[in-house]
Structure formats: structure tokens, C-alpha cells
Design a protein around this ligand. Structure first.
Ligand code: IPM
Ligand code: MG
Length: 370
């Protein structure tokens, strides 16, 4: 039996609460005996700042490099509003993405049948929705230099962020987009702002060339990122894979999340390049929702995004497709039985907290697995 090594980084806010529900499922699989997970836990974000004055220690980074997959909770909160910008909680996550070169961020937005009414869009627009936002994660505005605030001679301040992309960075995310589309409905929309940004011009050029050279079997459409935001709420089902830069992907994925009913539903996978020897990719799995400080510690958070992220880890890092399918079916089944955390609460449904939702999903897994 293969043992899979997972590093848990619960982080801040609701992170530890939703991670506890993931651990509940891990314990079940371990007890069941068919697969074995070896867990390690480390600090990141505010929790790490509190202990060692930095949001990502070398120790955590070392564990992250060694793990087969990382399961991440959330970082940040008002408690750390005043820490220096360079060591704010979010910097820990950004550095982890960069150091591990996790350039491909997969954010699937799937609308479970039972939740079609929970979306702010009408049922016919979201029922059966299954789209994937592929966000470039280690370049663009997030990491470009200079990135600074300087004081001018007049005493006025001037802030700069720099958006940078190279051919190679666009090419490798394009390839991931085409590969993913081939396993889905074979359609890619590349979103950029070539009407305003030079990075958009290059993005469009490299997408077009990579497509012509390597992926003519896939349908490629170009769309301006603002139009894409509009079309996402106008007619989301026209999309299959949307590929875009780091900043547009941050925004479009939050928008796509709401189509599914709640941001509390969305998992994500951040993948590196395949290792030339083993073919394995470095990988970090995280719920798209943040640390939600307003509900942290109250047992109210929706654990589904974290549980679904664990499912993605099983599928993409551990090759455990059956177990991943089981988790997805159990989430759908639990929702169909009418259980709802408060973020997806609907009339005549049963409102439950974090742990109760986790236990119900586990019970559903046990039922389906037997
Ligand atoms: C996300 C988050 C992060 C980002 C924050 C927490 C730094 O919003 O993963 O979408 O902006 O990338
Ligand atoms: Mg975001």
C-alpha cells in the first residue's frame, strides 16, 4: 500500500476549523485501510507571525518542498493589519507559491444541482454549470518589480505595481489550458486586456502561436478580460476553460465562485511543472475563500471548499480517482439531503455548522463506500 504524505497548513481565521473537517476524512481513509495518509502540520500566515515573526519560516518551506501535496486553509485577519507589509500574513502564501513555482492555479466552478437556487443568478443560468478558471499564479502584477510607494519631492506619494510576463510564462500556462480543455469540452477562452496593456498584447500573441503550433484540436477564443467578467454573469455556460493572468484570475475566480452559490464552495489546485524524472507536480490545494475573520472560531464556516480541495489533491497528486469521486459524490449527496451552512442557507433547508457538515459528508462517504 502506498503512503501519501500531506502537509497541512491550516493558517488563520476559519482555516483551522475547515481543516479539522478534512482531517476527519483523512482519519476515515486511514482507518479504512485501503490507502494511507501521513500527515504533518506547520504554521503559516498570522499564526506563524505570532510564533516566529515571519509568515513563512524556512522550516515550513522545507516541509512544503518535501510533501507530496500541501493542503492549505487560509491566511490573514485584522489582528495582523499593523504588521509590516513585507511580513503580512498573505506574503507567506505568495512566497510559498513563488518558491515552489506553482504557476498553474485551477479554480473549477461547479454548480451542484441542489444549490442552483442558492446562486444570485437565475437557475437556468447556473444549473449544470461546470467551468474552470485557470489563473497564472507566479507572475504578473503580483510579483513584478518595481513594486513600491515612494515620496516625491512635492511630498506627494507615488505608488507603483508592475505587470510583467515573458513568452515562456505565457506558453506554459497556455499548454496547461489546452491540456485541461482536452479532458473537458475542448474549449479555451483566453482573457486579457490587449487593448490597454502590453502584457495583454504579448499574452494574445503567445496564446495564438502556442495554439497554432501545439493545440489546433482545441477551440481557442480570445476575449477582453472586462467583457469576460460581463459574460460570466450574462451567460456563464458558454465557457469551458478560461485562462488568464494572475490579477484577472484573482477577480474572475471570485466572480465565478458566486455563480455556484457561495465562495464557500470553491476548491482550487496550484500546480508546478511536472518533474522531468517522476512526472509528479508540486501541488498546493486551497479553498478559494479567505480567512473570513468575521465568522472565525464560531463553527459556522462552510467546510465544503476545503473538503473538495482535499478531493482535488487525491485526484491530481495521489492518483486516487475513486476516492476523489467518492468525496464529490458525498458532497452532492449531503447537499441533496438539505443540509446547509449559513452561507448557502435556503428556505426549508436544515442549517448546520462546520463540524456537522463535515460529519454528514463523512457519513455519506461511509454509506457510498460500503
Ligand atoms: C486568492 C487570494 C489571495 C490572492 C490573497 C489571500 C493573497 O485572494 O488566493 O485568491 O490574491 O491571490
Ligand atoms: Mg482572491
Amino acid at each position: 500500500m502506498t503512503t501519501h504524505s500531506l502537509l497541512l497548513l491550516p493558517g488563520d481565521g476559519i482555516g483551522p476549523e475547515v481543516m479539522a473537517e478534512v482531517e476527519r476524512l483523512v482519519a476515515f481513509f486511514n482507518k479504512n485501510g485501503k490507502v494511507q495518509f501521513q500527515l504533518d502540520t506547520a504554521l503559516i500566515g498570522g499564526a506563524s507571525i505570532d510564533q516566529s515573526g515571519t509568515p513563512l519560516t524556512d522550516e515550513t518551506l522545507g516541509k512544503a518542498r518535501a510533501a507530496e501535496a500541501i493542503l492549505f486553509g487560509a491566511v490573514g485577519g485584522p489582528k495582523w493589519d499593523k504588521v509590516a507589509y513585507a511580513i503580512r500574513p498573505e506574503a507567506g502564501l505568495l512566497r510559498l507559491r513563488k518558491e515552489l513555482d506553482l504557476f498553474a492555479n485551477l479554480r473549477p466552478a461547479i454548480c451542484y444541482a441542489a444549490l442552483a437556487e442558492a446562486s444570485t443568478l437565475r437557475r437556468e443560468h447556473v444549473e449544470g454549470l461546470d467551468i474552470l478558471i485557470l489563473r497564472e499564479l507566479t507572475g504578473g502584477t503580483y510579483f513584478g518589480e518595481p513594486k513600491e510607494i515612494v515620496t516625491l519631492e512635492t511630498g506627494e506619494k507615488r505608488a507603483v505595481d508592475t505587470t510583467v510576463y515573458t513568452t515562456h510564462e505565457i506558453e506554459r500556462i497556455a499548454r496547461v489550458a489546452f491540456d485541461l480543455a482536452r479532458k473537458r469540452r475542448n474549449k479555451v477562452h483566453s482573457a486579457e486586456k490587449r487593448n490597454v496593456m502590453k502584457t495583454g498584447v504579448l499574452w494574445h500573441e503567445v496564446m495564438t502561436a502556442t495554439h497554432a503550433r501545439e493545440a489546433q484540436d482545441v477551440e481557442l477564443n480570445h476575449i477582453l478580460a472586462d467583457a469576460c467578467a460581463m459574460q460570466l454573469v450574462r451567460n456563464p455556460k458558454q465557457f469551458d476553460v478560461i485562462v488568464c493572468d494572475n490579477l484577472f484570475g484573482d477577480m474572475l475566480s471570485d466572480e465565478a465562485a458566486m455563480l455556484t452559490g457561495s465562495i464557500g464552495m470553491l476548491p482550487s489546485a496550484s500546480l508546478g511543472a511536472p518533474d522531468p524524472k517522476t512526472g509528479k507536480r508540486r501541488a498546493l490545494y486551497e479553498p478559494v475563500h479567505g480567512s473570513a475573520p468575521d465568522i472565525a472560531g464560531k463553527g459556522l464556516a462552510n467546510p465544503i471548499a476545503a473538503i473538495a480541495s482535499y478531493g482535488m489533491a487525491l485526484r491530481y497528486s495521489c492518483g486516487l480517482v475513486r476516492e476523489a469521486d467518492l468525496i464529490e459524490a458525498a458532497i452532492a449527496g449531503t447537499l441533496a439531503r438539505g443540509l446547509r451552512t449559513s452561507d448557502i442557507m435556503q428556505p426549508n433547508m436544515r442549517k448546520v455548522g462546520t463540524a456537522e457538515m463535515g460529519k454528514a459528508i463523512l457519513a455519506e462517504i461511509e454509506k457510498l463506500a460500503s
